[in-house]
Write a protein that binds this ligand. Structure first.
Ligand SMILES: Cc1cc2nc3c(=O)[nH]c(=O)nc-3n(C[C@H](O)[C@H](O)[C@H](O)COP(=O)(O)OP(=O)(O)OC[C@H]3O[C@@H](n4cnc5c(N)ncnc54)[C@H](O)[C@@H]3O)c2cc1C
Length: 382
């Protein structure tokens, strides 16, 4: 596809790289600005569901991203006694894949693909603001003009805020510390060692996620009010007291990690003039469904599709928001509900988790985004 159109993208995270690739594939000349001096893989591991895998395939980054990853076949929720209260057998669900990989692997695959397509990624440069007529101002003082400016600059987006698009930023009750630990040989073959398991005990929970033969990703989640629980580096004796059966995993945690409070972002509109906002900048969600990055990539591909196929960029942006926003907002809502369960008393939690685990309807709501055929990838997967 050829086009003389140009795009300036703020942020080279998951969403920024995905939109850069998708635009370049459609003939756009793309430049992305990343304020960090190199790729910034905060957050240890990441789940990529079927929708995200389809986007990666469409972008031409799938094989490199998933090489050596862990393919999920089952997810369990366990109570404080290590009893399984809910289980989802992904392997038995048709057309539904989920993998877990290290963030670095995902970002590297996206970045390599972007470079291959001629996207210019400028590291160490911050995007400061943008105007609706397509100008972007950089921390260097330079102003660049393009047919499209994309704000993919994360939850504290300067591009979004420079045009006053934020409607609501909602902090949730919980947050997480994410770390990577070495995966032991026996865990590669044991039943529990190959499952995704989330262990609950009151306000605290630990999600154990194998990511490769050598890496396991742990997310220590608790309420924001749990001061000792959100200390970094983690207080090992505290967490071992809550989860004695995970003593061995906790002992392998190093010094790293960061406390991230979960938040949701809702915009007044996803676009203003020639500016579009995507990823956490536009629709951050609680990570309980493992869909923030997946939705960011889906929306990046959809944006590139609409602005490349509609008669004008402006009409493409209108169609894009109209078609894509309902599913993303559904995913944000369902994920936030899960966060509310964390604030319930323990007995109530077990009842809710058990009932939810048995409900086909709840499962369908949780997996709605995962099962979605992303706009722009239809011809490959229909
Ligand atoms: C605990 C937790 C677990 C999660 N687990 C999952 C999961 O399993 N699966 C999933 O799909 N999602 C998950 N998510 C969500 C996912 O991490 C995010 O949705 C995703 O990283 C958002 O990507 P992004 O590119 O929009 O933003 P970011 O990842 O924040 O990237 C933004 C990039 O822009 C750069 N930047 C920022 N400001 C500027 C600026 N002004 N100029 C230039 N560059 C700038 C930043 O350095 C960064 O590189 C999780 C989130 C959390 C908190």
């Amino acid at each position: 596809m050829t086009s003389n159109r140009t795009a300036e993208v703020a942020g080279a995270g998951i969403a920024g790289l995905a939109v850069s690739i998708a635009l370049a594939q459609r003939g756009w000349k793309v430049r992305a600005y990343e304020r960090s001096p190199s790729l910034r893989p905060d957050g240890a591991g990441i789940y990529i569901w079927e929708n995200g895998l389809r986007v990666l395939a469409s972008l031409g980054a799938h094989d490199e991203a998933v090489e050596g990853c862990h393919r999920g076949f089952m997810r369990e929720t366990r109570d404080d006694q290590n009893r399984t209260v809910a289980a989802a057998h992904f392997a038995k669900m048709p057309n539904l894949r989920v993998v877990s990989i290290t963030r670095m692997k995902l970002l590297t695959a996206l970045s390599n693909r972007a470079r291959e397509l001629g996207v210019e990624v400028v590291f160490g440069t911050e995007a400061v603001s943008a105007t609706p007529d397509g100008e972007i101002r950089l921390s260097t003082g330079e102003i660049r003009k393009a047919d499209l400016v994309v704000g993919a600059d994360g939850i504290n987006s300067k591009i979004r805020d420079s045009v006053n698009l934020l409607r609501k930023r909602t902090p949730l009750a919980d947050g997480a510390i994410r770390v990577m630990i070495p995966r032991r040989m026996d865990e590669r073959v044991s039943d529990d060692g190959r499952k995704y398991i989330e262990y609950w005990n009151g306000m605290r929970r630990i999600l154990v996620t194998p990511c490769s033969d050598t890496d396991t990703y742990l997310a220590f989640t608790t309420l924001d009010t749990d001061r000792p629980g959100k200390t970094v580096p983690i207080d090992k004796s505290l967490w071992k007291k809550s989860f004695p059966h995970l003593r061995d995993h906790i002992d392998r945690v190093g010094e790293g990690g960061r406390w991230d409070l979960f938040e949701t972002i809702h915009l007044k509109r996803w676009h203003e003039g020639r500016i579009a906002i995507i990823g956490d900048a536009g629709h951050a969600q609680a990570p309980n469904l493992g869909q923030g990055g997946g939705c960011g990539m889906m929306n990046a591909l959809a944006l590139a599709h609409y602005v490349s196929t509609c008669p004008t960029i402006e009409s493409g942006l209108v169609d894009w928001e109209q078609r894509e926003r309902p599913l993303i907002e559904h995913t944000q809502r369902v994920s936030s509900i899960y966060s509310r369960v964390a604030a319930l008393p323990p007995r109530m939690q077990t009842v809710v988790l058990t009932m939810a685990g048995k409900s086909r309807w709840v499962l369908d709501q949780r997996l709605k985004a995962a099962r979605h055929l992303p706009t722009g990838a239809e011809h490959e997967f229909r």
